[in-house]
Ligand binder design. Structure first.
Ligand SMILES: [Zn+2]
Length: 232
């Protein structure tokens, strides 16, 4: 059976002498590791389509219990300018590692896939990388159901009154917080997080996010991902 889907290369690792294992974020199968037989020997056929961020229409074969083999890769968009800019590519790389950790394997995630593609297109065109990556992280967490409830305490379920104490994956009220949980999200940061979820990408090219709020959200997301990963 031949499978085909749209996909973006998240990473590729050498396998043996001349082969590659390519990790894709695919539109129809979520995260997928595929085997590329001697890509260096058949350059003319695949071009540079195994570079990270390459967006391609791919076809692959094999039993889905095993490592399947790529038989075709037609580049839709290379995102070459993003790879060429060292700082932008390093920043995007951090998000690729984040996506590698949280996207489920072999399940379709069309909404997340199209968010990912449109975020890369935005970064290539608008250059507002920081804003786009923050929004991509927050929206990815929401789409995958990992964003905590900011309306009610994660423990006692009481309504939260503008105080957001974060602990082990949940937002808690003041009563429920234990002394060792130190991360407190300001009202501004909590509101911004909620706002970003509703913003269209084009709005990100106009908006200026205060550095303090930006740092708060970055730290919150980092801690939250650690919690998610420790539960999974
Ligand atoms: Zn509570």
């Amino acid at each position: 059976m031949i499978y085909s889907t749209e996909a973006v290369v998240l990473k590729s690792n050498p396998y043996g002498e001349a082969d590659l294992i390519v990790t894709y974020f695919t539109k129809d199968y979520g995260l997928l590791n595929l085997f590329a037989k001697s890509p260096r020997k058949i350059k003319s056929r695949f071009g540079s389509s195994f570079e990270p961020l390459t967006y391609a229409k791919i076809a692959f074969v094999g039993n889905n219990e095993k490592l399947q083999k790529i038989i075709q890769s037609d580049i839709i968009h290379s995102f070459h300018p993003i790879r060429e800019n060292y700082h932008v590519f390093m920043a995007v790389g951090e998000v690729l590692r984040f996506l590698l950790m949280i996207i489920p394997r072999k399940e379709p995630h069309e909404e997340l896939f199209s968010l990912f593609i449109s975020s890369l297109e935005f970064i290539e065109k608008e250059k507002k990388t920081e804003n786009a990556l923050l929004s991509l992280k927050i929206k990815s967490l929401r789409i995958l159901g990992y964003l905590p409830d900011f309306k009610h305490c994660g423990k006692c379920k009481d309504k939260l009154n503008g105080e957001f104490f974060y602990s082990d994956g949940f937002i808690l009220c003041k009563k429920c917080i234990s002394s060792h949980s130190k991360l407190i999200l300001s009202q501004g940061a909590a509101k911004l997080l909620n706002d970003i979820n509703g913003w269209q990408l084009k709005y990100l090219s106009r908006v200026k996010i205060a550095p303090q709020l930006f740092r708060e959200l970055e730290e919150f997301i980092k801690k939250h991902i650690q919690s998610i990963l420790s539960y999974n």
